[in-house]
Write a protein that binds this ligand. Structure first.
Ligand code: SF4
Ligand code: SF4
Ligand code: SF4
Length: 412
C-alpha cells in the first residue's frame, strides 16, 4: 500500500508516531499539518479515504518516517561504511568522546550543563557553516509551551539554551524557504528521520529538502513527555495559573537545575529536577516508552549531561562542575569541535563513556517491551543484546548505575 493511508495504518494507528513532523516537511503536495494536541500527530488535509486518489503513487511520508523502522543499518553504511557491532548496540559508532564545558560568558549561566548544543550551534552560525539552526525554545505568547524555531540569530539560539523535556515537532521547519544550509539539534528519533531522508536517492521528491541538511546534533533521550506533563507541573504541583506564566525552564539555575516558572507578579516557583522526572512518568507515550534508542548514533555529535546520574545529583543536591558528555562521530563533528576550540569558546576533558542513568533506564525498558509487549514496537538498530536480568524503571533509579546487575551487559 502507498499514500498517506500507509503512514496512518502502519505508524499513526499503532501509536508509533514520534511527532517529529518530518512528513509535514517532506510531503511534495503539502497535504499534511501537525495537530495541536498534547502529543501532536500528522493530519491529512482531506478525508483520509481520499488519500489513495490524492497521493497517487507517492509513499514519501512512510519512506522517511522513523516511527517503526529507523533504517539505522542503511544510514550507518552511508555515514560510516559499516554497521555497529553488538558491543556498540547502545552507543553506535564514534571517533572520540569527551567532556565539554563552554567558556563563552554569554551562555555559561544560561545552559543546563556544559552547554555543548548551544555553543556548537553558535559556532556553526558564526563560522558560516550553516545559515540557520533548528532549536527548541518557548512559545513567545505562551511561555509554558516548548516550541521549535529555525533561526539565524545567535541571540535566539542563546534564548533557546537548556534541554526541553517535552515532545516538540521541529523537522517541519526544514522546509522554510529562507534557509538552504541548516543545522539541526534534535532527539534521536528526529535524527533517524533526517537520516532516512538523506538515504533517499538523489532524484527523489525530497532531494531538495535533504540537500539543506549540513549537520545534526542529538541529545540523549531516556523518554520524552507530552505537553500535558508540563501543564500538570505548573497547575497541579506548583498551583500556578498558566495565564500568569511569563517564564518557564526545565533546568534553570545552578547545576543540575530546577524546573522554574516565573509569574507576572515577579514570583519564582520551582521544583527540584528529580521531582519533574517522577511526575513526568504519568505523561509518556507508547512510542517513547518502547523507543529503542537513547542516542541514534547517526548524528555528527551526540550529547548528554556530563554527570551520569543527574536524578541522584538533584535528589541529594550534589553540585559538580557542569559539563556535557559528547560523542563525536564524523568529520563534520570534528570540524565543529576544532572551530570551537580555536575560538576559545570550549574546553575539553578526556573521558571514557561508560553509562548514564537515562540510558540504563531505556535499555532495561526496551528489553522489557521486546520480551513482553504483544504490540508492534520500534525496531532496534541491528541485533539486540542479551540481558541477564531486566529491571523495572524504579529499580534502575534506586540502584543507580554501576551496580553489578547493570554492568552485566557491557556498553562498549
Ligand atoms: S514522519 Fe514523524 S511526524 Fe510523521 S508520522 Fe512519522 S514519526 Fe510521525
Ligand atoms: S508525502 Fe506523498 S503519500 Fe504522504 S501525504 Fe504527501 S503525497 Fe501523500
Ligand atoms: S524516547 Fe525515542 S521516540 Fe521519544 S522523543 Fe526520545 S527518541 Fe523520540
Amino acid at each position: 500500500m502507498v499514500s498517506f493511508l500507509n503512514l496512518k495504518e502502519n505508524i499513526i494507528d499503532h501509536d508509533l508516531c514520534t511527532s517529529c513532523s518530518l512528513c509535514i516537511a517532506a510531503c511534495p503536495k503539502e497535504l499534511l499539518s501537525m495537530s495541536d494536541d498534547a502529543v501532536p500527530l500528522p493530519l491529512f488535509q482531506d478525508h483520509i479515504s481520499k488519500s489513495l486518489d490524492i497521493c497517487g503513487t507517492c509513499n514519501l511520508c512512510s519512506d522517511i518516517c522513523p516511527g517503526f523502522d529507523t533504517e539505522t543499518t542503511e544510514s550507518e553504511l552511508r555515514i560510516f561504511g559499516r554497521n555497529r557491532v553488538e558491543e556498540e548496540r547502545w552507543v553506535g559508532i564514534y571517533r572520540s568522546t569527551h567532556q565539554l564545558a563552554t567558556k563563552n560568558h554569554q551562555i555559561i549561566d544560561k545552559v543546563a550543563a556544559g552547554g555543548a548544543g548551544t555553543i556548537l550551534a553558535i559556532t556553526a552560525l558564526e563560522e558560516n557553516i550553516v545559515d540557520a539552526m533548528i532549536v527548541v525554545g518557548r512559545d513567545e505568547e505562551r511561555p509554558w509551551i516548548p516550541k521549535a524555531y529555525i533561526t539565524d540569530s545567535i541571540e535566539k539560539v542563546i534564548e533557546c539554551a537548556q534541554s526541553s523535556y517535552c515532545i516538540t515537532p521541529n523537522l517541519e521547519l526544514l522546509k522554510d524557504p529562507r534557509y538552504h544550509r541548516v543545522g539541526i539539534i534534535g532527539v534521536p528519533c528526529q535524527i533517524q528521520g533526517v537520516n532516512k531522508l538523506l538515504n533517499l536517492p538523489g532524484d527523489s521528491n525530497a532531494a531538495a529538502l535533504a540537500e539543506k541538511v549540513v549537520f545534526t546534533m542529538e541529545l540523549g533521550c531516556a523518554s520524552n513527555t507530552s505537553s500535558a506533563g508540563t501543564e500538570h507541573l505548573i497547575t497541579e504541583i506548583l498551583n500556578v495559573n498558566l495565564d500568569d506564566v511569563v517564564y518557564m525552564r526545565y533546568r534553570d539555575g545552578a547545576y543540575p537545575g530546577k524546573f522554574v516558572v516565573r509569574t507576572k507578579d515577579g514570583i519564582e516557583h520551582s521544583l527540584p529536577f528529580y521531582r519533574l522526572v517522577e511526575e513526568f512518568k504519568k505523561f509518556k507515550t507508547f512510542r517513547c516508552l518502547s523507543c529503542a534508542d537513547w542516542w541514534s548514533g547517526l548524528a555528527d555529535i551526540s550529547i548528554a549531561d556530563g554527570d551520569p546520574n543527574i536524578f541522584d545529583s538533584s535528589r541529594t543536591e550534589k553540585s559538580s562542575k557542569p559539563t556535557s558528555t559528547i560523542m563525536v562521530r564524523t568529520e563534520m563533528g570534528e570540524r565543529l569541535i576544532r572551530l570551537a576550540l580555536q575560538n576559545d569558546s570550549i574546553e575539553l576533558f578526556p573521558y571514557v563513556f561508560e553509562n548514564n542513568l537515562g540510558l540504563e533506564r531505556k535499555r532495561q525498558r526496551y528489553r522489557s517491551y521486546a520480551e513482553n509487549s504483544s504490540r508492534k514496537i520500534p525496531l532496534p538498530p541491528g541485533g539486540d543484546m542479551m540481558y541477564s536480568e531486566i529491571m523495572s524503571d524504579d529499580e534502575v533509579i534506586k540502584n543507580g548505575i554501576g551496580t553489578e546487575n547493570n554492568r552485566t551487559s557491557n556498553l562498549v
